[in-house]
Design a protein around this ligand. Structure first.
Ligand code: MN3
Length: 202
């Protein structure tokens, strides 16, 4: 199926108070995400992937260790990743639902420990990639990191939360300070209700 760029679920300036500027959102959604959509559509045209779902394209084209040369995978996965990312954020002031908090405390010991592990994963990803909170195949919550566009679908995990650590996601607002971008993301940008909904659907 042809990829389509969704509108943001909020205005471009809606996250500015939480530390992600309108300028970042205009570059990131309107240009970067749009480019994955355009390039992905051009690459799948006339191939066996043209009529497949986005999830099937991602799982079907993922090859461990070879993502750098895999144009269809890279554009399809980045399109999916960014759709999740926009939904996983929201304007300030959303508390963590209690059931989600209980699961996080159960898995990591405390919310602060979860945040520390998630931030460390994102900061420790060498080069471009993503930090994730996932439900693994055995049902446990885990923090992971992935290179480039690789995402939890590749490992049959459910993505509860993902943070884009490509430089285009933070350079305008945080310059080279990726750890500061990550801690701000966790403290001020995450839509925990969306994360909780993903967990209850997992
Ligand atoms: Mn991005």
């Amino acid at each position: 199926m042809a990829f389509e760029l969704p509108d943001l679920p909020y205005a471009h300036d809606a996250l500015a108070a939480g530390g992600m500027s309108e300028e970042t959102m205009k570059y990131h959604h309107d240009l970067h995400h749009a480019a994955y959509v355009t390039n992905g559509n051009n690459l799948i045209k006339g191939t066996e992937w043209e009529d497949k779902s986005l999830e099937d394209i991602i799982r079907g084209t993922y090859e461990a260790g070879a993502v750098a040369q895999n144009g269809i995978f890279n554009n399809a996965s980045q399109h999916w990743n960014h759709m999740q990312f926009w939904e996983m954020m929201g304007p300030k002031g959303r508390a963590m639902p209690s059931e989600l908090e209980a699961r996080i405390v159960d898995a990591f010991g405390s919310v602060d420990e979860f945040k520390a592990q998630f931030s460390a994963a994102g900061a420790g990803q060498f080069g471009s990639g993503w930090a994730w909170l996932v439900v693994d195949t055995d049902g446990t919550l885990k923090v992971t990191k992935t290179e480039n566009g690789v995402n939890p679908l590749c490992f049959n995990q459910t993505a509860l939360l993902g943070c884009d650590v490509w430089e285009h996601s933070y350079y305008i607002d945080f310059r080279n300070a990726r750890p500061k971008y990550l801690s701000n993301f966790l403290d001020n940008l995450v839509n925990w209700e969306n994360v909780a909904e993903r967990l209850s659907n997992a």
